[in-house]
Write a protein that binds this ligand. Structure first.
Ligand code: HDE
Length: 719
């Protein structure tokens, strides 16, 4: 009774204020792609230009280098407030790193809808064609600490925070569409197993150690994910060149409350490309920040990466017919069964100004949704809905939502008060059912409504029988690979298991893989020296398709471009004019062109007509940082290159890493002198040579530098 009457007061007050609500909402309709940037500039940015140096409480300083002392050679005095102010703050500068996904890089950008999706969902970003929504996206590795290297074999996190006029919407996904476990209660266990061994904290950012393989070989539901993480997917060439997946099944809900199920996909317009293993290992040492740098530099240079957002939309009835459970996050839906509809694009066009304030303090949470987006009963998702805010409370504090990077761009009005580091000063009553502020803030009537799914069942800590097939999709994935990709998977298993001294664990993995593919398990057993696999314990269930094209990186190149690829021109004094032609053509195609020479001094061409300033020296650069190499002609140039071992090593190693190498005129001698076994095609004329080189780079990189295994090595274009 009391309840009803107070609700009555609330709704009366709400109605009275309804008009005001609509006008607030109307005003919010104008959020543009830069709204978040404007908010940050207005509320958080500090520009120190022409500013006076002060303490944190505003007192201007007169010295920075000497603390207050009793005499020039005497002890420091505790009364030195400027010293205490700095030192005490410095002592507290670090916050706990994320327990997983600690290593990450992020950028601002926007989402643009291709079409009006309001019949499917009332989610604000899809309200009309062309609508732009600001966002912040963070990519990460999972296992490594904050300072670990970028190009380790690992899953990549792919988190997108959209700042909509109806609140923030976080899509916290990975670059792999399935996961290790089916129920989130096992998450601390799988993470303990993959993180360094507890007694010595070795190894850093790697799954190639005993505890990981012990766990997964005793956890058959991990098998499908194992196939993905041993594939080229976990060695992305660039954060710009990997897919993103929401993993779980979510809901789309329209204004009438009609709900459909959905899986989210992000497809990179830069193409999906990977490194090869040796290249990834060397990059770890040569440039541990390779991915972070690549993202930052490309955005800084105006080469903005883009991804298309894809939806696999389906009904409960359709899902019921498939031979897997869509609530099981160790399963994907083959695109042949449910095509991906691309509904918009994300563009990342602005680097953060300060890593800590933006990237480190960004807090993502799959439970942060807006009207139109809903959850399903996937037990992996359900546990995540608790974990993410819980970890932010610990990592960032009670009021982490108030940090500038996490603040929504729409009004935030509620009755939460206090907590450490409260920054809001709110006047008026701090409870609902108030009359002293006319019931404000009030319910607009357009708020979030949970999908009224009917659930019933006994309370039980058990696993659904529909989650029981752990191998059929692992097999589908493996069967969908090209031969090159299969060999990479085999090599990855052999490498990782070679770091697991215990033959019992090795044997268990071999036997586990025998349920996926007998030749694969046998090959790994032979290379490890374990017993051949035992008989399969499982008969695969047909997944609706025998193979699925888009599971393979090589078979699924929807897009490709040389834009954003770094082509090294290796040259010494006396190079021929092919350099100028090729350089122009590559730049016009959006490639980055790096001049690499023996010293930083400008390098004159054969005619002595012009010079080029090197971006790098052979000594201080490495083949791993480039996607392709161009070796111009010119007698003096080629003779000098031939006598420089650091240059020759770059070319040979580039070849080893299956990169496109193009040489013209006398430059071809270098290829033959190093002894690279490649077909050489001679084109006529300097102009033709340059054109052909451009084409060679274009075509060869399209096949997949580094991703294509032996493909690129035999298709090196040389004019
Ligand atoms: Fe996470 N995960 N996760 N995860 N996850 C975190 O939250 C967790 C899972 C993912 O850029 C943590 O803020 C549980 C799947 C990304 O800041 C933590 C489970 C997927 C990021 C957490 C999972 C992800 C995280 C640690 C099992 C892909 C980085 C720091 C059910 C769909 C977000 C943090 C960023 C981070 C918990 C499994 C993606 C502890 C309990 C599946 C991209 O809350």
């Amino acid at each position: 009774m009391a309840d009803n009457s107070t609700k009555g007061v609330s709704s009366m007050l709400a109605n009275a204020a309804g008009q005001a609500a609509d006008s607030v909402r109307g005003a919010l309709g104008h959020i543009g792609q830069t709204e978040k940037i404007k908010q940050l500039a207005h509320s958080a940015h500090i520009d120190n230009t022409a500013a006076v140096l002060t303490t944190s409480f505003g007192t201007q300083l007169s010295t920075t280098d000497d603390s207050l002392k009793a005499g020039p050679r005497g002890p420091s005095l505790i009364e030195d407030f400027a010293f205490r102010d700095q030192m005490a703050h410095f002592d507290r500068e670090r916050i706990p790193e994320r327990v997983v996904h600690a290593r990450g890089s992020a950028a601002h950008g926007y989402f643009e809808a291709y079409e009006d999706l309001s019949s499917l969902t009332r989610a604000a970003p899809f309200a009309h064609k062309g609508k732009q929504t600001p966002l912040f996206t963070r990519f990460s590795t999972v296992a490594g600490f904050k300072g670990s290297a970028d190009t380790v074999r690992d899953v990549r996190g792919f988190s997108v925070k959209m700042y909509t006029e109806e609140g923030n919407w976080d899509m916290v996904g990975n670059n792999i569409p399935v996961f290790f476990i089916q129920d989130s209660i096992l998450f601390p266990q799988v993470i303990h197993a993959v993180k360094p061994e507890p007694e010595n904290e070795i190894p850093q950012a790697q799954s190639a150690h005993p505890s990981f393989w012990d766990f997964v070989s005793n956890t058959p539901e991990s098998t499908h994910m194992l196939m993905w993480i041993m594939s080229d997917r976990t060695l992305p060439r660039s954060l710009r060149m990997m897919n993103g997946f929401g993993v779980h099944t979510f809901r789309l809900i329209n204004a009438e409350g009609v709900s459909k199920l959905v899986k989210f996909h992000w497809r990179p317009k830069q193409g999906t490309h990977s490194l090869i293993w040796d290249e990834a290992l060397k990059t770890n040492g040569r440039d541990p920040d390779a991915h972070r740098r690549d993202l930052y530099v490309n955005i800084a240079n105006g080469n903005y990466p883009e991804w298309e957002l894809g939806l696999q939309v389906f009904t409960e009835e359709e899902a019921a017919k498939w031979p897997f459970d869509v609530l099981d996050s160790t399963k994907l839906i083959p695109e042949e069964l449910c095509p991906v509809r691309y509904v918009g694009k994300m563009v990342l066009n602005r680097n953060p100004d300060e890593f800590f304030a933006e990237t480190e303090q960004s807090a993502f949470h799959p439970g942060v949704v807006i009207p139109g987006i809903g959850f399903t009963n996937d037990p992996l998702l359900q546990g995540r809905l608790f974990s993410y805010s819980d970890t932010q409370f610990y990592r960032l504090g009670t009021n982490y939502q108030q940090l500038p990077i996490n603040q929504p761009v729409c009004p935030v009005r509620h009755h939460q008060r206090g907590g450490a580091m409260q920054t809001r000063i709110v006047k008026g009553p701090n409870y609902v059912h108030n009359t002293t502020n006319k019931g404000c803030p009030f319910l607009s009537g357009k708020g979030y409504v949970h999908h009224p799914e009917i659930v019933e069942g006994a309370k039980t800590a058990t696993r659904s029988a529909s989650f029981g097939d752990h191998y059929s999709q692992a097999k589908l994935f493996y069967d969908s690979m090209t031969e090159t990709e299969k060999l990479h998977i085999q090599a990855a298993f052999v490498f990782e298991l070679s770091k697991v001294a215990d033959p019992v664990i090795q044997q268990r993995v071999v036997d586990q893989l025998n349920n996926v593919d007998q030749p694969l398990a046998s090959a790994i057993a032979a290379r490890l020296g374990t017993n051949p696999p035992a008989a399969p314990t499982f008969k695969p269930v047909f997944q609706g398709v025998a193979t699925s094209a888009n599971l393979s990186i090589i078979n699924s190149q929807a897009y490709d471009s040389i834009a954003g690829r770094d082509v090294a021109i290796l040259l010494m004094p006396g190079y021929d004019s092919s350099v100028h032609e090729l350089r122009g053509a590559l730049k016009a195609a959006g490639a980055t062109v790096s001049i690499v020479s023996a010293t930083p001094a400008p390098v004159p061409d054969a005619a002595g007509a012009s010079t080029l300033k090197p971006d790098y020296t052979f000594f201080a650069s490495s083949s791993t940082q480039f996607d392709a190499f161009f070796i111009p002609g010119g007698r003096k140039n080629v003779d000098a290159l031939l006598s420089d071992a650091t240059a020759l090593v770059q070319i040979a190693e580039g070849f080893k890493h299956l990169k496109a190498i193009c040489a013209v005129n006398e430059g071809i001698e270098i290829i033959t002198r190093i002894g690279l076994q490649v077909p050489i095609a001679q084109a006529a004329g300097a102009g033709a040579a340059a054109t052909s080189a451009v084409e060679a780079f274009g075509v060869v990189t399209a096949v997949g530098v580094g991703a294509g295994g032996s493909v690129v090595g035999t298709a090196v274009g040389m004019a």
